[in-house]
Design a protein around this ligand. Structure first.
Ligand SMILES: Cc1ncc(COP(=O)(O)O)c(C=O)c1O
Length: 384
């Protein structure tokens, strides 16, 4: 068993993916080919946001959003303490100070009440200008945007939705990657919608920001006249080289169709089988509140405190069941932030999660038999 079996998906979609790859090779339109524009149009319609600009990866997507907003030295950006490194790395890389906020013990997403407390603290201390919130849709579940948006409005903060893990999720039918002033996602292969390498996308309804984003993605090119063929070599600001290859866009098109047609539905069925199979075992299971829909980037449980996670992982591994720990270290404890104000944080829930979470294999192509096997073997290890 694989932790996320990408081969099964390739076998299911082989014909279309092979045609797509050969098509790009034969036209040799490797950069900025028509598939890139087709994908951007399809994704912006699906998410319900005016602009989708693809880029090289989900980390660049966040960095480009930070650059678009001019976030830098002296600015505070509020980030959940329990997330992948990029969420805090990108604002810090622009010179801003990520301020880490504790998360909800059940959704694993940023805790709005703790967010407000932290915003107030930073404003009262006066050392930094509170500028933005980066909320993360961890493991596929959208953050509590209804409350987070109210806080952003109250304290005049920009909201970035880091939807790297959340593409396909929704709240009351409103799609993930539509909640931020700017939202971002990743097409890393193991993500809910993944390509065959690195890839990412940025979403916004703001025309001016969309123009800036397109410029920053290509070395700060002049975007004022789209018909000017020389604009690419007229660099009006510093930018990046951050484009999604045509090949990746071509691969993503049939994968996106499968994602919408059945993968999202199937992975929700698999998560439901896990939840049924593991209920009543003393494990803390994922909580999906009413009106929230997850795209299940991970199925992450919490082991009872005191159980030796490493031993359980080893025992599962011997039975051919891979498992992962996302994440073992709070952001504020990462060495990169040592000695900075980002290391100052009060995040007991994150610390508990880091010690107790365990992610189980999941992908849309798992069978009920696979899920039952994982659940029954896990139960054997934790029932004492
Ligand atoms: C929450 C989160 N943000 C950002 C990223 C960065 O995406 P990428 O790997 O495409 O740069 C990831 C990737 O794991 C992620 O999980």
């Amino acid at each position: 068993m694989q932790f996320r079996d990408l081969r099964k998906q390739y076998v299911a979609l082989k014909e279309q993916i092979d045609v797509a790859m050969v098509g790009v090779a034969s036209t040799s339109h490797f950069i900025n080919g028509p598939e890139v524009h087709k994908l951007e149009k399809a994704l912006s319609e699906y998410v319900g946001v005016k602009h989708c600009i693809t880029c090289a990866n989900g980390t660049d997507a966040i960095s480009i959003a930070m650059k678009t907003w001019g976030i830098g030295h002296g600015d505070a950006v509020f980030v959940p303490d329990f997330t992948f490194f990029s969420s805090g790395e990108c604002p810090a890389d622009e010179g801003a100070t990520p301020i880490f906020v504790d998360v909800n013990p059940f959704t694993y997403n940023i805790d709005p009440s703790k967010l407000e407390k932290t915003i107030k603290r930073v404003i009262n201390e006066g050392k930094y200008t509170a500028k933005a919130v980066i909320a993360v849709d961890l493991f596929g579940l959208p953050a509590d945007y209804e409350t987070i948006k109210l806080l952003c409005k109250k304290y005049n903060l920009l909201l970035l939705e880091d939807g790297a893990q959340g593409f396909g999720g929704s709240i009351k039918g409103k799609m993930a990657c539509s909640f931020g002033d700017i939202s971002t996602t990743s097409f890393f292969p193991a993500k809910p919608l993944g390509c065959y390498g690195d890839g990412g996308a940025i979403f916004t309804n703001n025309d001016e920001w969309a123009d800036l984003i397109r410029s920053i993605c290509v070395h700060g090119k002049d975007t004022s006249n789209p018909n000017d063929s020389e604009a690419k070599y007229n660099n009006v600001r510093l930018g990046k080289n951050s484009r999604l290859d045509t090949l990746q866009a071509a691969i993503l098109l049939p994968k996106f169709k499968a994602f919408v047609d059945y993968e999202l539905r199937d992975i929700n069925q698999i998560a439901a089988w896990y939840t049924d199979g593991l209920r009543g075992t003393g494990l803390e299971l994922p909580h999906i509140a009413d009106s929230f829909y997850s795209s299940w980037a991970q199925y992450t449980i919490r082991l009872p405190e005191g159980l030796n996670r490493k031993v359980i992982q080893e025992k599962l591994g011997k039975k051919g069941i891979p498992s992962m720990v996302y994440y073992a270290k709070p952001m504020h404890k990462q060495g990169a932030f040592a000695g900075t104000d980002s290391a100052i944080a009060d995040c007991p829930v994150t610390e508990l999660l880091c010690d107790t979470v365990l992610s189980l294999p999941i992908d849309p192509y798992m069978t009920k038999k696979d899920v039952d096997f994982v659940a029954s073997e896990l139960k054997k290890e934790i029932c004492w």
